[in-house]
Design a protein around this ligand. Structure first.
Ligand SMILES: Nc1ncnc2c1ncn2[C@@H]1O[C@H](COP(=O)(O)OP(=O)(O)O)[C@@H](O)[C@H]1O
Ligand SMILES: CSC[C@H]1O[C@H](OP(=O)(O)O)[C@H](O)[C@@H]1O
Length: 406
């Protein structure tokens, strides 16, 4: 195999044609580069005759969204493929199927999920996914429990931790989520219309303390193998199916970071809805989003607790009271990380299309302010929180305040 270089569509097609037992030798293959993420090339290759298709994802030696001025390790492709292998073993129905990995080209070959839609797009279009909470709570419970000291041999876990050391992508998160939004960083990108609120956040030392406590957890707590970037752009859905993709940020970190990430992105869409919907339609969709967010935690809690009761490998972890303590801490971490993920998507380098594509400037500003208000409050309240219902109260209180122009 040739040494590393970024593939052209023609080279990607030639590589796909050589996949063993995949395309017929004389297949008429088409290829399009379809990557809409921040980091990598994604090639969609299809046999024009049979319709059979495949996805080739290639890491670039830099962050695509910034360019060659931001060098980035190709090892992230190995991390992604190995994380997909773990997730595929634990949740085969909820993970994109890994077909092959080519280290020389930092190339991951996987099934084509074009019959699904990226969840972020579906939510922007106002669609509903009635099984999503059930599916993603299962993915979270199983991937987090069985890669932790609770569900796997602690010596094997230490070996696995070494496989998933991911310093460069963790630094992106440490900077973009737990640092830049709280200072006048050159990485930041926000609308001047909300500068007053952003500058209040830069001065809010009580908020910074809570962010630092969460940053400490991200830096030091290797509870389980995380997806590391589980936003609604990392999930493919239909009304009956959920498939997780893109775990290149995987590493051993605090469980609440994954649970909080998906809840945060539902709440970002919740804030965005003020720019998309009105009246009863708005109220009804807000209710759907909030119900989904709380149900993710509730179902995760039930499933994780059941795994704890039935699959625990650590005798001392069965000590009465420990599970309750663990789950309360996990909820608080989830809420705090969710708040951090919301704030960074408004102030930081990477935004979300849910809010950024709102056509009306004043409604977009309102959505941005609502997202910041919710995010800040979740961060500030996380260590005193005892129930997911309190998140509901926080979200609805902030909604009312923004609606009343406070
Ligand atoms: N398995 C797949 N099937 C179909 N399309 C895919 C698949 N994986 C990625 N894509 C497309 O490529 C886009 C970027 O993929 P992603 O893995 O998120 O890249 P990045 O790591 O650059 O964010 C997705 O939003 C989706 O449109
Ligand atoms: C410079 S990476 C910025 C941002 O992009 C990643 O998301 P994705 O790879 O899905 O586009 C991740 O959320 C990073 O924080």
């Amino acid at each position: 195999m040739s040494s590393y270089h970024a593939l052209s569509e023609q080279e990607a097609t030639a590589y796909a044609r050589r996949l063993p037992d995949f395309f017929a030798p004389d297949a008429e293959l088409s290829c399009r580069e379809i990557g809409d993420g921040n980091l990598n090339l994604v090639f969609h290759i299809q046999d024009q005759g049979s319709g059979k298709s495949v996805i080739l994802k290639q890491a670039l030696p830099y962050a695509k969204v910034v360019g060659e001025s931001w060098p980035l390790t190709l090892d992230r492709a190995r991390i992604e493929s190995e994380a997909l292998a773990v997730q595929g073993r634990l949740c085969p129905e909820l993970t994109v199927r890994l077909i092959a990995y080519e280290p020389e080209l930092a190339l991951t070959v996987m099934e084509d999920l074009s019959d699904h839609v990226i969840m972020r797009r579906g939510l922007i279009e106002g669609r509903r996914y009635p099984h999503f909470a059930e599916h993603i709570s299962e993915f979270l419970a199983r991937t987090l429990f069985f890669t932790s000291d609770l569900g796997m041999n602690q010596q094997e876990k230490k070996i696995q931790t070494g496989r998933f050391i991911n310093p460069e992508l963790c630094k992106i998160t440490e900077d973009l989520i737990f640092d830049d939004p709280y200072t006048d960083s050159e990485n930041n990108s926000f609308d001047e219309a909300i500068r007053d609120e952003v500058e209040r956040i830069w001065q809010d030392s009580a908020l910074h303390l809570e962010v630092m406590l969460l940053r400490q957890k991200f830096l030091t707590e290797g509870q389980a193998l995380l997806h590391g970037d589980l936003h609604t752009g990392s999930v493919f859905v239909t009304e009956t199916s959920t498939k997780v993709i893109d775990p290149e940020f995987a590493y051993y970190g605090p469980m609440g970071f994954d649970v909080g990430a998906i809840i945060a992105n539902l709440l970002l869409n919740y804030a965005a809805q003020t720019g998309w919907k009105e009246g009863a339609d708005l109220a009804d969709y807000r209710s759907y989003l909030l119900q989904t967010a709380t149900s993710i935690w509730e179902q995760f809690h039930v499933k994780f607790s059941s795994l704890w009761d039935e699959q625990l490998v650590d005798r001392m972890a069965a000590t009465p009271g420990y599970k309750e303590h663990y789950m309360k801490q996990l909820l608080q971490d989830t809420v705090g990380f969710a708040g951090c993920k919301m704030v960074r998507r408004i102030i930081g380098l990477s935004h979300v299309a849910d809010i950024d594509t709102i056509p009306d400037a004043s409604r977009k500003e309102k959505a941005q302010r609502l997202a910041l208000a919710i995010g800040k409050t979740l961060i500030k309240r996380n260590r005193s929180l005892a129930s997911i219902d309190e998140v509901l109260d926080i979200v609805q209180t902030q909604w009312s305040a923004i609606e009343q122009g406070k």
